[in-house]
Ligand binder design. Structure first.
Ligand code: SF4
Ligand code: SF4
Length: 314
């Protein structure tokens, strides 16, 4: 377990087993932002519950999903389910693929028995950039794991994205969280594995199986080890120095110049091949407008926390 980035809070409690034979349906809320695979998690769970003969109701809202907007899905299953949506304070499990989205939905979790499983991945939205000064603070949640722990009965903050990256496929982070989810619902492991395999592309089965196992094992480790609630979350680019880094996919750039014209710092240009290039990296504030505006998804802006800040926060 990577203790610097994975934090379990209140992890000394027994696994929560929801008895779906009871009259009350089990409510699982899955939240994140566009492109993270929220809907896939929701479909796996709905399919698994349906295969068990439970009545399943699933609803989802995508918003501006393709632009990194909020995506959430309610899954309810049990012998009888009347409504497709989970009311505030009624979710048995809240699975969050992004830290701030997880915090935003916390009031939906059952205060006394709810389980919160959250990727510590932080996707800072473009409009969080409040100032054009380099390294200026960004408007983004600053809550700590300890504050979250005080609000819920059982919480896990897991660096699923980093775990998936280490497996060679960042997109498998949602399957890491499915592995974690599998430890708190009653379905048998082979059923989980079979269903996950059915929902991922054939060529990614191996990496997704490994991701699923990592998520499961991480929870098991967290439960068997003393909680590290006093540990800091991975440092966040809100009050700490960060360095913007642009990832440009040349093949996707169609030379439209939208980003070039609308970059507030005028630090982008088309090069001789008519592909966008960061020509003045020292001016880039990491505002993410270029990423947000590019119609071809050719730019990704990463806000790398600088090494000294990482050390200071640990
Ligand atoms: S290059 Fe992109 S992230 Fe950097 S300042 Fe310009 S629009 Fe913002
Ligand atoms: S907005 Fe996208 S497609 Fe247009 S020039 Fe910029 S990177 Fe290329």
């Amino acid at each position: 377990m990577n203790e610097q980035s994975n934090i379990a809070v209140n992890a000394d409690s027994e696994p929560v087993a929801f008895n779906a034979a009871l009259a009350e349906p089990t409510n699982v809320l899955i939240v994140g932002v566009g492109g993270q695979g929220v809907i896939m998690v929701s479909k796996v769970l709905a399919s698994l519950a349906q295969a068990h003969g439970y009545e399943v109701k699933q609803s989802e809202v995508h918003g501006m999903a393709k632009r990194g907007g909020t995506v959430f899905s309610h899954v309810r299953f049990g012998p009888r389910v009347w409504s497709p949506t989970i009311a505030k304070g009624e979710a048995d499990v809240l699975i969050a693929l992004e830290w701030a989205e997880g915090l935003r939905w916390l009031p939906h979790l059952k205060r006394d028995t709810g389980v919160f499983i959250c990727d510590t991945k932080r996707i800072v939205p473009p409009f969080a950039c409040l100032s054009r000064r380099l390294g200026a603070p960004m408007r983004y949640s600053t809550e700590t794991a300890e504050q979250v722990a005080a609000y819920v009965s059982e919480a896990y903050a897991i660096d699923a994205t980093k775990m998936a990256e280490e497996l060679g496929n960042e997109r498998a982070a949602n399957v890491v969280l499915l592995g974690a989810l599998s430890t708190v619902l009653e379905f048998a492991l082979p059923e989980w594995e079979k269903t996950v395999t059915a929902f991922v592309p054939k060529k990614t089965i191996a990496v997704n199986s490994a991701a699923f196992e990592l998520g499961r094992n991480w929870i098991a480790d967290a439960k068997s080890e003393p909680a590290t609630a006093d540990a800091a979350l991975p440092s966040v680019p809100t009050h700490t120095p960060y360095r913007p880094r642009l990832e440009i996919t040349d093949a996707w750039c169609k030379s439209c110049e939208i980003c070039v014209k609308l970059c507030p710092e005028r630090c982008l240009k088309l090069n001789a091949d008519r592909v966008v290039e960061l020509v003045a990296p020292e001016k880039c504030t990491g505002c993410r407008l270029c990423e947000w505006l590019c119609p071809d998804f050719a730019i990704r802006v990463h806000l790398d926390t600088e090494a000294p800040a990482m050390e200071a926060a640990q």
